[in-house]
Ligand binder design. Structure first.
Ligand code: ZN
Ligand code: ZN
Length: 219
């Protein structure tokens, strides 16, 4: 079973409509996909309104669970808490924060604001994750992402090591923007092995932790 809680449609910078993205995911063998377009103060409700309408119809007719979400991206760190709450009250089932990837000048403090916020489910591509932030993620329940995306994957090994040392829960997401970015079982396992995740943790990262997040999103 493939789970993916971080993907993009053309509502932000992905290439497919939300419905086509979900269809492609279903055909690729996904059990669950969250569509989490880039969002900020201006487009949060717009994105969630459209994604909710698409996911509602898809969930009625296709054997895949599609979840509407957002990725709060390059917003001021101090605004993450209020924006995550707004996303939740506007229907987001999954709230992702675009973390401090080594590939972009994300505001320092973004990782801390994300892991400290109860309304954030996933801290995506946290880059050179601080052990204190990993410990706070472990305490608060925020999932930390191992990234399947080219540019953001550079720090995956560091993220794995730091998260495991703290007891924080890890997930693998595609961060797909294009149908070719969608996960396969082989690619997913290879990314985890490439990040030196111990073999004994692979099942936890690919199945147990995603199922725990799904259960939380279904409340
Ligand atoms: Zn991102
Ligand atoms: Zn993303």
């Amino acid at each position: 079973m493939l789970y993916d809680f971080h993907t993009h449609s053309f509502l932000s910078d992905g290439v497919l409509s939300p419905v086509e993205l979900i269809r492609r995911a279903q055909v690729a063998g996904y059990a669950v996909v969250a569509v989490t377009d880039h969002a900020g103060p201006g487009n949060l409700e717009l994105v969630l309104d459209q994604l909710q309408r698409d996911c509602r119809v898809v969930n009625e007719h296709w054997p895949i669970i599609a979840l509407p979400g957002v990725e709060l991206t390059h917003v001021p760190a101090a605004a993450i808490g209020p924006l995550a709450r707004r996303a939740r009250s506007s229907g987001a089932r999954i709230v992702v924060v675009h973390g401090e990837t080594t590939a972009e000048p994300v505001e320092p403090g973004t990782n801390r604001a994300a892991v400290d916020c109860d309304d954030v489910d996933v801290l995506a591509h946290p880059g050179l994750l601080d052990p204190e932030d990993a410990a706070r993620a472990a305490a608060g329940g925020c999932f930390l992402e191992i990234s399947g995306r080219k540019s953001h994957a550079f720090a995956n090994g560091h993220v794995v090591r730091t998260a495991l040392a703290s007891g924080a829960r890890l997930l693998l997401n595609s961060d797909g923007h294009d149908p070719a970015d969608l996960l396969t079982e082989t690619f997913a396992t290879n990314v985890l092995r490439g990040a030196a995740l111990p073999e004994s943790e692979i099942q936890t990262v690919l199945q147990t932790n995603p199922q725990a997040l799904l259960a939380r999103a279904s409340r």
